[in-house]
Design a protein around this ligand. Structure first.
Ligand code: MEV
Length: 429
């Protein structure tokens, strides 16, 4: 590869860049065809989304079923690469009594860092005494947002004592309606900064949204009855519903007790939430940052879900976490798959989408805990993995299931085994 071939790469067209890639990395015809094949995200759109575009990267797009949220049926698009996640969420939703949810107003926080104040505490008092005037000024910055019922709501602040001296951290609270809000908030924070400098006598440095969206949380709650838990285990199970509930509660307590388990517990929650976030064209890094910082907000890193028994001994699950899922703004409008997802979901507002996100997170977490606390996670995972190995070994459509089944029976999951079984099957035919 000649590094010089990539000089001025950003100035080239996508076709020119693809040619360079093909030449410099000696792509085969098949690889070049793969790179140049346009998918649902048109190259022209991708080229405006990020820089130096040479192609698009697909993910599997599947639909989670059986969700009833606040009495309404939903089919939920997931975009991800991991087997079993869609099946697990659909199954958890089917076993549940349906989700009841709520979500906050879409208030996001814009941070403004002020340094070098003559006296940080006095400067903060001065800024906060002018709060109403400042809010009025900020209101003028985004009249469209205000027209749609959003806009600045409050200004808070604190003096931070740091190793580089005192600094002020202002929090600008803005109702961003159905958007994620970073553009609106960053613009407001930047434009109001000269006035903040005048009032404070200090210097404004960082002006940026906070992903710790504590004012924009969503919640979901549901019950899994002992009966549904037994039914979920299949006819051969010897476990009673009470035992399954106890096992899940032990699994939950494990996540409460050690951060090594909490990390993976919360990762499982994010499996579903990220998949929905990506499918709807939302900022999954922002949602992730919000989730994990909230899990550690004011206490040690904790589970985002909670489980307990109700008076009948059934399992109740709850989730509460920041959920910044927009239905407008960003690149959502130009991404046809994101638009398709919103159509399948039938949602128009960020509030509704956030409540769906919370339900998905809870369902996903329950499914993982149930599997881990009973049969183990690999049984389900391995079914799909075996199918994928069978296909890679060259099994045809009508052979895949049989090869996978035989791998499961043999409890052996590798490419060689798949090829060996395929040979045996074909020999018998
Ligand atoms: C795997 O992607 C997710 C799980 O590890 C979650 C968990 O352990 O709770 C199964």
């Amino acid at each position: 590869m000649d590094k010089a071939a990539f000089s001025g790469f950003y100035k080239k067209s996508i076709a020119e860049r693809q040619e360079i890639v093909a030449k410099e990395f000696m792509l085969t015809d098949a690889e070049k065809a793969m790179l140049t094949k346009e998918g649902p995200l048109p190259f022209s759109v991708a080229d405006r989304m990020i820089e130096n575009v040479v192609g698009t990267m697909p993910l599997a797009y599947g639909l989670a079923t059986n969700f009833v949220i606040d009495g309404k049926d939903y089919i939920i698009p997931f975009a991800l690469e991991e087997p079993s996640v869609v099946a697990a969420a659909s199954n958890a939703a089917k076993l549940s009594s349906g989700f009841t949810t709520s979500a906050d107003e879409p208030i996001m926080i814009g941070l403004i860092q002020v340094v070098k104040c003559p006296n940080a505490t006095d400067s903060l008092i001065k800024i906060l005494s002018k709060k109403n005037e400042l809010l009025e000024e900020i209101m003028k910055i985004d009249p469209i947002l205000v027209k749609f019922g959003g806009g600045p709501r409050d200004i808070k602040g604190e003096v931070l004592k740091t190793s580089r001296g005192e600094m002020i951290s202002l929090q600008l609270l803005v109702d961003v309606r159905d958007a994620m809000g970073s553009n609106a908030i960053n613009t407001m924070a930047e434009k109001i900064s000269p006035i903040i400098e005048q009032i404070s006598g200090g210097e404004v440095r960082l002006k940026i949204i906070s992903n710790l969206a504590i004012h924009r949380k969503a919640r979901a709650k549901t019950t899994w009855t002992k009966e549904s838990l037994v039914a979920s285990m299949g006819p051969e199970t010897k476990m009673a519903g009470e035992e399954i509930v106890e096992r899940i509660l032990d699994a939950y307590e494990y996540a409460v007790a050690t951060v090594f388990r909490t990390a993976t517990h919360n990762k499982g929650i994010m499996n579903g939430i990220d998949a929905l976030t990506i499918a709807t064209g939302n900022d999954f890094r922002g949602v992730e940052a919000g989730a994990h910082s909230f899990a550690a907000y004011g206490h040690e890193y904790q589970s985002l879900t909670k489980y307990y028994k109700d008076e009948n001994g059934n399992l109740v699950g709850e989730i509460e976490m920041p959920m910044v899922l927009a239905t407008i703004g960003g690149t959502m409008k130009s991404n046809p798959m994101a638009q398709l997802s919103l159509k399948i979901l039938g949602v128009k507002t960020s509030n509704e989408l956030s409540r769906i996100g919370a339900s998905v997170g809870l369902a996903q977490n329950f499914a993982a805990l149930r599997a881990l606390a009973t049969t183990g996670i690999q049984a389900g995972h391995m079914k799909l993995h075996a199918k994928s190995l069978a296909a890679q070994a060259g099994a045809r459509e009508n052979e895949v299931d049989l090869v996978a089944q035989k791998m499961i029976e043999a409890k052996s999951f590798n490419q060689l085994k798949a090829e060996e079984i395929l040979k045996e099957i074909r020999a018998v035919k």
